[in-house]
Write a protein that binds this ligand. Structure first.
Ligand code: FES
Length: 238
């Protein structure tokens, strides 16, 4: 089970988080599922978008309270529904303003050396992230071995920069220079030590030949009310 509020994972003890008593993601997903529906293959619109989440997951996030913290765990924050177009502007259904993440080339596969992060800004200028080839399969990883992942450099506790703190031996980022939070990059940026309660925002990736693209962000980048608000979209960098 994974907590819908603080992200903690547990295996026994029911549907509520032993740390903060919030319901588990699995429980909320069950409640949101139409009668008779189980955890089966992804909904068609997920497959159509290729963005790794479905409309139902979005609704589950809303059920969890509509709070940003809840949404941050379940869906790319700021990415609500793909409605076509070039992916670079605001669009949406009547009465609904929907902002989409731009698909941006961030690196070339051939430039990636295992264990050595490459930096990039996304989705806005000044939002610093890195992409790294871990050498071991990871949650959300892309590539032949599923080991290429990307994350924000901003610590989710109080925003201290985590640049230069990747430890390839353990596939972790940290400890943070401010209060020691450390994030597990093989497990979606989960907190394994320190003060933070939110996972490190993970940049969703797509591969097209030798090109690595950023397509969205799972989680809210520290210091932003919305990952896509109050800034200038980062340019294509590679
Ligand atoms: Fe990183 Fe506090 S800012 S642990």
């Amino acid at each position: 089970m994974q907590c819908s509020e603080c992200g903690r994972i547990w295996h026994v003890g029911g549907d509520r988080c032993p740390r903060c008593s919030a319901y588990s993601v699995e429980y909320l997903r069950e409640q949101a599922a139409p009668a008779g529906e189980t955890n089966g293959p992804p909904h068609n619109d997920e497959e159509a978008t290729g963005r790794g989440f479905s409309r139902r997951e979005f609704l589950v996030g809303a059920l969890a309270g509509g709070a940003a913290a809840s949404v941050a765990i379940l869906v790319p924050v700021g990415l609500t529904e793909w409605t076509g177009g070039d992916g670079n502007g605001a669009t949406g259904a009547p009465g609904v303003v929907v902002a989409t993440f731009q698909r941006t080339k961030i690196a070339s596969l051939s430039d990636l050396t295992p264990g050595e992060p490459l930096d990039f800004e996304y989705p806005l200028e000044g939002q610093n992230n890195f992409v790294v080839r871990l050498g071991e399969a990871a949650h959300g990883g892309v590539g032949e071995d599923g080991d290429i992942v990307a994350f924000s450099y901003a610590c989710t506790h109080m925003g201290c920069p985590l640049i230069g703190l990747y430890k390839d031996e353990h596939k972790i980022l940290g400890p943070c220079g401010c209060h020691y939070t450390t994030f597990d990059l093989k497990r979606g940026g989960m907190v394994v030590l320190g003060q933070a309660t939110e996972n490190l925002p993970q940049i969703t990736l797509a591969l097209d030949g030798d090109d690595i693209y950023a397509t969205g962000v799972m989680g809210l980048i520290y210091g932003y009310r919305d990952n896509l608000a109050d800034g200038t979209r980062a340019e294509v960098t590679a």
